[in-house]
Ligand binder design. Structure first.
Ligand code: ADP
Ligand code: ADP
Length: 224
């Protein structure tokens, strides 16, 4: 399977609470996949296991046929955008996006960052500080920073949750455009049904640690 495959994935926290209960999920390569469900149903826990920030109690995670269940986070071709994306306040936008690559002494940093800022339509803002940007623009910087490392999978944990409704709707369109342009696999976590239905190719509905339903938005509208 060339996508992201979760098999019987389970997370039981040390306090005994089982947040994720043996879920099976196939996320097609290059798709916009939404994980939809109410607060506390286990979405973040699932993402954190995929990112390698939390180790599963049992089950496995495969990416393009490779078992990455036990791999260190930095060894996974996976990147995450959280709701509380922390930008460095003292660095300008360009350097915020370049930061990780400069540390790793990657080649052609300036060209890569310039290209990515164009993609998120922040080229003219490159030399501004985060505080000079709107919330939506800052979110796009966080997105550029996650994408510039060319992960195979981008995990988005309620990335629009801190934005007001109007901005959220415009960022939904923007995010969808970016995903289509870069063609990467996006796994987008949200509790907002409309958001999942308008953005995703495939929606998995999670509740109390299990996947209750999965399908295209059209299929889910037909069988609610
Ligand atoms: P969601 O992202 O869907 O809001 P989470 O994955 O954050 O859900 O949490 C799922 C459940 O697991 C919640 O009931 C939460 O309180 C619980 N939980 C999360 N982290 C821990 C932890 N470190 N220890 C114990 N329970 C946790
Ligand atoms: P989310 O944004 O998914 O709702 P939370 O704010 O619930 O996340 O959780 C923030 C942090 O607190 C996470 O690291 C999570 O693992 C931890 N956490 C959440 N619920 C619990 C819990 N019941 N017991 C211990 N830690 C928890």
């Amino acid at each position: 399977y060339d996508g992201l495959r979760l098999t019987a994935l389970t997370k039981r926290y040390p306090n005994g609470f089982t947040a994720v209960r043996g879920i099976d999920l196939d996320v097609p390569r290059g798709s916009f996949f939404a994980l939809l469900g109410p607060s506390g149903c286990g979405k973040t826990t699932t993402l954190r296991m995929v990112a390698g920030l939390e180790s599963p109690t049992s089950g496995s995670i495969e990416l393009a046929g490779n078992d990455i269940t036990g791999a260190k986070p930095y060894r996974r071709p996976v990147n995450t955008v959280f709701q509380n994306y922390a930008l460095f306040p003292h660095l300008d936008i360009f350097e915020n996006v370049a930061f990780g690559m400069r540390r790793r002494k990657v080649a052609d940093v300036d060209a890569k960052v310039g290209e990515m800022l164009d993609l998120v339509e922040l080229g003219p803002q490159a030399r501004k500080k985060p505080a000079q940007l709107s919330g939506g623009q800052q979110q796009r910087v966080a997105l550029a920073r996650a994408l510039v490392n060319q992960p195979e999978v981008l995990l988005l944990d309620e990335p629009l949750g801190a934005l007001d409704l109007k901005l959220r709707r415009s960022m939904q369109i923007e995010l969808k455009r970016i995903q289509t342009e870069v063609g990467l696999t996006f796994v987008h976590v949200t509790h907002d049904q409309e958001e999942a239905m308008t953005m995703a190719d495939t929606v998995a509905v999670m509740n109390a640690g299990v996947i209750e339903q999965m399908g295209s938005p059209a299929e889910l509208y037909e069988n609610p």
